[in-house]
Write a protein that binds this ligand. Structure first.
Ligand code: WAQ
Ligand code: MG
Length: 258
């Protein structure tokens, strides 16, 4: 039984105008917090958008809203780091992991053909593994997963134990991947950053967990990727609704780790 009211806080920042007016996406962020953390959280999101390697924004939107849905607490996916020597090796491994997670090779091929077109999408692309087609209708917006968070003290304990750097990028990515992978329609996720100074990416799924890959692109490039490979026969609209609206907190418990 949860006693406290939680708030969804969201930020998006762009350059050369607002996103809806064709501006370049700089940064986004979504948090789920109790009210007493509001000021700190809004400041952290402001800071995140202002000091970004993709550029200086001239548009920013920060909003919060009370969450009425009951909050679910889930475990983070298990993490494994795969060291690779080049982006080519990283991408090759990513395709292999996607296949192992259950994405048919033809679907992987079709998705990769379209990745360059999707690099400007500011959310995620939902890709059906059966038809080999994009399922969401959100165009350049993409589907933005929100209402998830991982309280810092618990994240720091986890990071120490799992020998992973304790930074907010990893916290946010693993929280997102853990939320996204829970749903029956989810098959696998493929992600690397659009930030020019960060080249580690991952493939995530129910079977293999969160598989970090240390090089997915060259430093200096601004083409990112976030694709949710889904089983399109299993209610895509309810999945999108859940990604946007279901509030999720990550809470690591040692005993759950195998
Ligand atoms: N919902 C949907 N898509 C999102 C979201 C979200 N909440 N946040 C980001 N994206 C999409 C969007 O298209 C971005 O351009 C793209 O993902 C990359 O986002 O070392 O930093 O925040 O374990 O730049 C992964 C590896 C880092 C971390 C990913 O992504 C690690 C990263 P970024
Ligand atoms: Mg980014």
């Amino acid at each position: 039984m949860q006693e406290e009211t939680f708030y969804s806080v969201r930020m998006r920042a762009s350059m050369n105008g607002a996103h809806e007016d064709g501006g370049k996406h700089i940064s986004g962020g979504e948090r789920l917090i109790p009210f007493h953390e509001m000021e700190r959280t809004v400041n952290a999101l402001l800071e995140k958008g202002l000091s970004h390697s993709r550029g200086k924004p001239d548009f920013m939107h920060i909003q919060f809203e009370e969450v009425h849905e009951p909050i679910k607490t889930i475990q983070p996916l298990p993490v494994h780091t795969n060291e690779v020597s080049s982006p080519e090796a990283g991408q090759k491994l990513a395709r292999l992991l996607l296949e192992r997670e259950g994405v048919p090779p033809e679907a992987i091929e079709k998705a990769y053909e379209q990745i360059p077109e999707w690099s400007g999408v500011r959310g995620a692309v939902l890709f059906d593994i059966h038809s080999g087609k994009r399922m969401d209708q959100t165009k350049a917006k993409g589907v933005r997963v929100s209402r998830m968070d991982w309280p810092d003290d618990n994240f720091k304990k986890w990071a120490l134990r799992c020998h992973v750097p304790s930074n907010s990028r990893i916290k946010e990515a693993l929280a997102l991947a853990s939320k996204v992978s829970r749903h029956p329609a989810a098959v696998a996720e493929l992600c690397w950053s659009d930030d020019p100074d960060y080249i580690t990416g991952y493939v995530a799924g129910k079977k293999m967990g969160y598989q970090r890959i240390t090089a997915m692109k060259e430093y200096g490039t601004e083409e990112g990727c976030r694709i949710f490979f889904i089983d399109g026969s299993k209610g895509v609209n309810t999945y999108i609704h859940e990604l946007e609206k279901q509030p999720i907190l990550i809470e690591w418990e040692e005993d759950h780790d195998s």
